[in-house]
Design a protein around this ligand. Structure first.
Ligand code: GDD
Ligand code: MN
Length: 358
């Protein structure tokens, strides 16, 4: 691979944008060798003809896909055609300002193996967004950060504007669904040094956004797919297993205490609860979260303390939910307790992920 930047740009009905875009990209990159790879999904508005003409003046390669559609697969297609040792991905609608490209490339030349144009670092943003888009974007970001802890090293893993070294990722195993290609590449690849460069997400200059409700649904299935491919799903299963073992420990200790003491029945429950919290903690620390603990003695006790708080509040939630369902919804006692257990379990998992084993 030669020292060159390949800029991959997916297009779908962008006739009003491709000329100013390609001109601006070429100008911004005048200082370095580059190619512009346009992947079009058979646009019906004349985009293809315009790009064909632009090929005469600019270092443009055009790929038109006639039997496949979709942003993610279009981008992957373009990445596979790239011949540069650095690949950039950006949108065609000028929401990603081309003058950020040299800044990203500079970060790469200084040693980054991935550089993300970020809305959520100082100096970045999306000032033109309405409240709805702002909130959905933040919720989507939180979901990724919670469920995929390895995405936390970046503030804006959802950006569609980034650069990376293709040698760091096996391009044959990429299978993004929907819009979040940077997230996919970042989690599947082996990147040591990811840098974020601030940018302002501009208003669309022409045409319409292709973002639909379906895109949001696809996003959730993409998160699930990444969870299973990065081992996060397996972590969740382990946490369930540990929870079941804790229930057995809890009941075992309760029966021992009942046999050997003549305390009040309610008091006899307490040792089992605390012992099972500790065994759950140990199993989770050595097994479920083995990749997320640090070796220090102090932090071991720190995690133990945090997990104790989480689990005690969890037990209280379990008890509160079950009591409410029994008294107010007149549900069966066992069913009420079961629902309480599920809610407390989710609580425990959530705070274990974001606090005890942050
Ligand atoms: N080839 C191809 N096929 N291109 C497509 C398709 C498709 O099916 N759908 C969209 N595109 C192209 C558009 O032409 C545009 O260049 C780019 O992909 C982004 O599409 P938009 O519809 O403008 O997306 P957006 O502005 O809502 O979303 C952008 O911002 C998000 C951040 O909130 C994208 O950059 C997302 O990747 C990013 O997550
Ligand atoms: Mn757009």
């Amino acid at each position: 691979m030669k020292e060159m930047l390949s800029v991959v740009i997916p297009t779908y009905n962008e006739k009003g944008n491709v000329t100013p875009l390609i001109t601006a990209v070429h100008e911004a990159l005048s200082g370095c060798e580059h190619e512009i790879i346009i992947v079009d999904d058979n646009s019906s508005d004349g985009t293809i003809d315009i790009v064909e003409k632009l090929k005469k003046k600019f270092p443009v390669k055009l790929f038109v896909r006639r039997d496949e559609k979709g942003l993610a697969t279009a981008v992957i297609h373009g990445i596979r055609q790239a011949t540069g040792n650095v690949v950039a991905v950006m949108d065609a609608d000028l929401q990603h300002p081309p003058d950020i490209l040299p800044k990203l490339y500079e970060a790469m030349l200084k040693g980054a193996d991935m550089a993300i144009a970020s809305r959520y670092v100082k100096g970045g943003g999306c000032p033109n967004w309405g409240l709805f888009r702002r909130v959905t974007s933040k919720v989507a970001l939180r979901i990724a950060h919670i469920l995929l802890p390895s995405s936390r090293r970046v503030k804006d893993p959802m950006s569609g504007f980034f650069m990376f070294r293709p040698e760091k990722v096996d391009l044959t195993v990429l299978k993004p669904i929907g819009y979040k290609i940077a997230l996919e590449i970042m989690l599947v690849g082996d990147f040591k040094n990811i840098v974020e460069v601030p940018f302002i997400f501009r208003e669309r200059s022409a045409g319409q956004s292709k973002l639909k409700v379906q895109t949001q649904v696809e996003y959730l299935s993409h998160i699930l797919s990444l969870m299973s491919r990065t081992g996060e799903f397996w972590r969740f299963v382990k946490f369930i297993g540990v929870g079941i073992s804790g229930t057995l420990v809890n009941i075992g200790v309760q029966s021992l205490v009942t046999t050997f003491t003549n305390w009040d029945t309610k008091l006899q429950l307490i040792p089992g609860i605390e012992v099972s919290i500790i065994t759950n903690f140990l199993l989770n620390d050595f097994f479920t979260f083995s990749d997320r603990r640090t070796g220090k003695v102090g932090s071991f006790f720190g995690r133990l303390g945090k997990y104790n708080v989480i689990a005690l509040v969890g037990a209280f939630i379990n008890w509160g939910v079950a009591s409410l369902l029994i008294s107010h919804a007149a549900l069966d006692v066992y069913l009420s307790n079961f629902i309480g257990i599920i809610i407390a379990f989710l609580w425990n998992y959530f705070f274990s992920m974001i606090w005890a084993w942050k």
